[in-house]
Design a binder for this molecule. Structure first.
Ligand SMILES: [Zn+2]
Length: 92
C-alpha cells in the first residue's frame, strides 16, 4: 500500500483549505456575525464559545447539502446548542 498514507494526507489538506476558504467566504457574507445570535464571532481562539464555525442551515442528516447556499456562519455555542435540530421559523 505504497503512497496510500500520502494521498490520504493530501485529501485532508485539501479539505482543510476548502474549509478555511468556506469559512472566510461566510465571514465576509455575514459580516463576521453569527447568523443565529447575531453576535460577532471570534476568529482567533478555537477554545472560545464565540469561535467561528460553519453551520449547515439544513443539517446533512436532514438532506441538507454541503454547498455555500446551505452554509452559514455560527459561533460555536450556537452551533452546539442547535445540534441536529432545525429552526422552524420561516425566513423573511
Ligand atoms: Zn451565535
Amino acid at each position: 500500500m505504497k503512497g496510500c498514507a500520502r494521498s490520504t494526507a493530501d485529501v485532508g489538506r485539501r479539505e482543510m483549505q476548502r474549509t478555511k476558504w468556506t469559512r472566510a467566504t461566510l465571514i465576509r457574507k455575514h459580516g463576521g456575525r453569527c447568523h443565529l445570535c447575531n453576535e460577532p464571532v471570534d476568529l482567533k481562539d478555537p477554545a472560545s464559545p464565540r469561535y467561528a464555525t460553519i453551520d449547515h442551515v439544513v443539517p446533512l442528516s436532514r438532506g441538507g447539502r454541503d454547498l455555500l447556499d446551505n452554509l452559514a456562519l455560527a459561533c460555536r455555542a450556537c452551533n452546539e446548542k442547535k445540534g441536529a435540530t432545525m429552526p422552524q421559523e420561516p425566513k423573511p
